[in-house]
Design a protein around this ligand. Structure first.
Ligand code: ADP
Ligand code: MG
Length: 362
């Protein structure tokens, strides 16, 4: 099935993952939890990308939906040309076995303890009806790519956490999926071990052009992937894209580091959804004292977001005489402090004139 007809978000056949306004609501007893609230995401074929975000932001929910382990409540999700909302249970099961590979944080969930590394990789192939010779050949190749050929006859307890996780990655690829999903694969290992796991991901990407999506808390992730997408409250909020230039540095002085003549730079972007909404960083809003509304101004080459004018002094409602017409637009943090002082001063000034309990109105 082709997705070329889908024009939303600029999605094309080049995109292996297309999420459009994806919603997932969990119902627990009488309570509804909105885990994804209109998430948009495009992932290109052959991309290695990471998903970051605080606990409860919806990362695992997204991965489970992409892996066919859970169904969305609304929206659109297309993976490798398959519209996951349209698959019945039988075809979703087939999708899960053949189109996607899944790696979890707990290695025990990925592997069968009484089988050797190579047997673990052969098992899913056996279930899929592959011939013994072909199973073994592919299992050996995968062990070589994750750099564990010498561990092939070892069982779970004879391997370190990092080695188990790399076997798990090989197992997830047993049936030749086009997308690998990893939910905090380095969550239980140290930094050195984590780098061997990331290196296995990169080898697989380079060798097979495999698309890989990694959910992680690892702060060093940006250096390991092409793109980092941050999720906040069930939506994509920002993304950091790696740009490699040989020779000249980036065009507007962004951060970067040289590696043997190749200049890798990272740029952070705010993500706009299909209706033009974006999330502003909370720390910026706090710094400028922006709460429930802001002013937008079109300036040369950009859009300026400023605190709403005249909304700062908590003057008692309905007391016309107390209203102040002040333009307290701010553009810098230092001025925000001044503003806090001005605001406190004004509050004191108007205290005696208040007719109602206007304090703390915001
Ligand atoms: P993350 O992986 O980013 O920590 P999750 O996707 O696991 O976040 O969870 C997102 C939200 O959905 C959280 O509020 C979580 O409590 C809720 N949630 C996740 N799974 C379930 C479930 N099976 N039943 C009810 N609520 C859930
Ligand atoms: Mg999670």
């Amino acid at each position: 099935m082709s997705i070329a007809t889908n024009e939303f978000l600029g999605a094309t056949d080049e995109h292996i993952v297309v999420c459009d306004n994806l919603v997932k609501i969990y119902k627990v007893a009488e309570l509804e939890v909105v885990a994804l609230q209109g998430l948009d995401l495009l992932v290109e074929r052959g991309e290695v990308m990471a998903i970051v975000g605080s606990s409860g932001s919806g990362k695992s929910t997204l991965l489970n939906i992409l892996g066919g382990l859970d169904r969305p409540s609304a929206g659109k999700v297309i993976v490798d040309g398959q519209d996951l909302l349209k698959l019945n249970d039988f075809t979703l099961n087939k999708y899960r076995r053949n189109r996607v590979g899944f790696v979890w944080q707990q290695t025990a969930r990925n592997l069968i303890p009484y089988l050797t590394a190579i047997e673990n990789i052969e098992l899913p192939q056996m279930i899929a009806g592959k011939l013994a010779k072909e199973r073994r050949r592919w299992a050996e190749e995968l062990l070589e790519v994750v750099e564990l050929s010498e561990r092939k006859e070892h069982r779970l307890e004879q391997m370190s956490g990092g080695e188990q996780q790399r076997v798990a990655i090989a197992v997830s690829l047993a049936n030749h999926p086009s997308l690998l999903l990893a939910d905090e694969p380095t969550g239980e290992v140290d930094t050195v071990t984590a780098s061997t796991i990331f290196s296995a991901f990169r080898n697989l990407n380079e060798r097979y052009g495999l698309t890989i999506m990694i959910v992680t808390h690892d702060p060093g992730i940006a250096g390991q992937v092409d793109r980092v997408v941050a999720i906040r409250d069930g939506r994509t909020s920002t993304e950091t894209v790696r740009q490699v230039d040989s020779g000249a540095a980036g065009d507007d002085g962004e951060e970067g580091a040289g590696h043997g003549g190749v200049f890798a730079a990272y740029k952070e972007y705010v993500v706009l959804d299909s209706t033009g909404r974006l999330q502003l960083p909370r720390e910026y809003l706090e710094q400028l004292g922006i709460h429930d509304r802001a002013q937008l101004e079109l300036v040369e080459g950009g859009i300026l977001v400023k605190p709403a004018a005249g909304r700062l002094a908590p003057v008692a409602a309905g007391n016309g005489e107390g209203d102040l017409d002040l333009d307290l637009s701010l553009e810098a943090g230092r001025e925000a402090d001044t503003l806090q002082r001005v605001r406190r001063g004004l509050t004191g000034l108007f205290k005696g004139r208040r007719t109602g309990g206007g304090r703390g109105a915001r």
